[in-house]
Design a protein around this ligand. Sequence first.
Ligand SMILES: NC(=O)c1ccc[n+]([C@@H]2O[C@H](COP(=O)([O-])OP(=O)(O)OC[C@H]3O[C@@H](n4cnc5c(N)ncnc54)[C@H](OP(=O)(O)O)[C@@H]3O)[C@@H](O)[C@H]2O)c1
Length: 305
Amino acid sequence: MKRILITGGNGLLGQTVTRLLSQETDHEVLVTGREQRSVIGKIPVQYVRLDVTDKKQLRDCIQDFQPDTIINTAANTDVDACEEDREKAQLLNVKPVEYLAEAARITGAHVIHISTDYVFDGERAPLDESAAPKPVNYYGRTKLASENVLRGAGVRHTIIRTMILYGYGVEIKPNFALWVLNNLSANKTINVVVDQYGQPTFVDDLGYGIIKIIDLERLGLYHITGSEVTSRYDFAVTVAEIFKLNKSLIQPISSEEFRQAAPRPRYSEFVTQKARMELGIRLSNVREGLSMLKKQMEHRTHNFY
Ligand SMILES: NC(=O)c1ccc[n+]([C@@H]2O[C@H](COP(=O)([O-])OP(=O)(O)OC[C@H]3O[C@@H](n4cnc5c(N)ncnc54)[C@H](OP(=O)(O)O)[C@@H]3O)[C@@H](O)[C@H]2O)c1
């Protein structure tokens, strides 16, 4: 049994890892988040309010709990907001990793940190763990900086790069799949880009990968994503098909017309062989992941949330 501390525990990945750890393992888990309480009321977890930008609070929390493993899921994941407020992006995405690394150096904890395909420019594919990063937006720059903090910190660490996370959670910021679902369910038209490609990742697959990394004590860098490359538009259409919604409400649009504040990589594809072979995990394709999401949402009232 290990002692596991989770930051950003009320976010999509934080909730998922909390649920999987409590269902699948006997590890002792301390969930932390900046809200007053844990939003996943049905799972009995220890919860402490923690703002990861508060260095003293973070250090005290780690020193009190003495975790074997820290899973850092806290971040500012709003890519356009990071472009517009760079100081805040730095404060949320890089500084806490410095504080975590400092505390982990003292206690000896293993730090698992989550990064992104946005550390790449989307001009070369497929990318394995040895590919040279080249971010095209500020969010990507902060995530790359956070990776580099850990690499230079002299702590046992694992960095996981993932992309387009989707899944169900309580009171979470809607991920792309839920955003499509919410709008189509309300009979609203949505514009979706046809020229941005990536591998949508069912969040439970990533959660299982994290559990394997904890148990096998794997260090280094892993690419963990869904098994299939698709455009945002085709992903949205598949959401409509799986949830039996009206796909004619999805309007194709180019990135040029869509005008997002932060530029996006055009084409992201990862080689996930290292994660699949070393961790023994299976990564879902889009239809499999969305079908599991649908099942979870149908059963959510008496299942885990
Ligand atoms: N979502 C994706 O598509 C994606 C893709 C690649 C990589 N990632 C990475 O995966 C990780 C998890 O992402 P996610 O999708 O689970 O994001 P999420 O749902 O936005 O969760 C992030 C959590 O961090 C919390 N947080 C923000 N600032 C904090 C602070 N100062 N102190 C404590 N908690 C704070 C947020 O709380 P509030 O809600 O209160 O802000 C939120 O609960 C992140 O590192 C992200 O960069 C995500």
